[in-house]
Design a protein around this ligand. Structure first.
Ligand SMILES: Cc1cc2nc3c(=O)[nH]c(=O)nc-3n(C[C@H](O)[C@H](O)[C@H](O)COP(=O)(O)OP(=O)(O)OC[C@H]3O[C@@H](n4cnc5c(N)ncnc54)[C@H](O)[C@@H]3O)c2cc1C
Length: 206
């Protein structure tokens, strides 16, 4: 999880704080709202937490390929348990979230299998997709935790405890599942099919 915390979270902070500026429009870009300050402060995070590519290389090499994908696949199995719990819990929000989580988990498993299969014979192809793999794994793990939050929030809601807060938790989890988790499909494509174009240009071309 360390590369995901330091790499994925910090990459997402760029997107979130950039959107914060966008939401405030011109007022966001100038200094009055404070939104630009968050964006500027976030910009260093992907560098001083260890750069994204270095975190991604660690995730591919030491955290995934070294044990033949065992830990990664064990996490996927735990995610599958959450999918089952969502389906058993029932209700539109849980069902929709289970479906998106399942698709994202499958994309992750495909990426892990690609990495394990290619890491010895074709390491360049594996490392070419390291940042997309970091983002895929991070997206999935975040979606998994939000799914668990949805499960907990629905149980609390049934008791009438802090209803508005619980409804917000559920809505955020479903939004993430339907709008952010599907990114894993395109990241999977980039990882599994995109290696050649990364290394296509000769060094002299730079
Ligand atoms: C304000 C600030 C505070 C800091 N505080 C701390 C601190 O408290 N503790 C600490 O230990 N360090 C700290 N650092 C150092 C920080 O950890 C490094 O800046 C960081 O690890 C990046 O190293 P670098 O700047 O030498 O970049 P480089 O390693 O030169 O990387 C440059 C670029 O090349 C890419 N790259 C490099 N190698 C590879 C590779 N093998 N494969 C693919 N891409 C690669 C990188 O991803 C990056 O985009 C701080 C830095 C700053 C700017």
């Amino acid at each position: 999880m360390v590369p995901l915390v330091q790499g994925y979270s910090t990459e997402m902070s760029q997107e979130v704080t950039s959107l914060g500026v966008q939401v405030h429009g011109g007022m966001g870009f100038i200094e009055e709202t404070g939104a630009a300050q968050y964006y500027r402060d976030a910009r260093i995070l992907t560098i001083y937490e260890g750069t994204t590519a270095i975190q991604a290389n660690d995730l591919v090499g030491r955290k995934t390929a070294r044990d033949g994908g065992q830990q990664a696949l064990a996490l996927a199995a735990r995610i599958e348990v959450t999918e089952r719990e969502l389906r058993e819990q029932g209700g539109d929000n849980a069902q929709a979230t289970a479906q998106c989580l399942g698709a994202a988990r499958k994309a992750f498993v495909d990426a892990v299998e690609f990495i394990v299969a290619q890491s010895k014979t074709n390491p360049n192809a594996v490392y070419a997709g390291s940042v997309p793999y970091l983002m895929l794994a991070g997206n999935l793990m975040a979606g998994w935790q939000l799914s668990r939050a949805l499960l907990a929030a629905e149980k609390q809601l049934a008791t009438g405890n802090e209803a508005a807060f619980m409804q917000a938790k559920i809505a955020v989890a479903r939004f993430y599942a339907e709008h952010i988790l599907p990114r894993t499909a395109s990241l999977r494509e980039a990882i599994v099919h995109g290696a050649d174009s990364v290394t296509a240009l000769a060094l002299e071309a730079f």
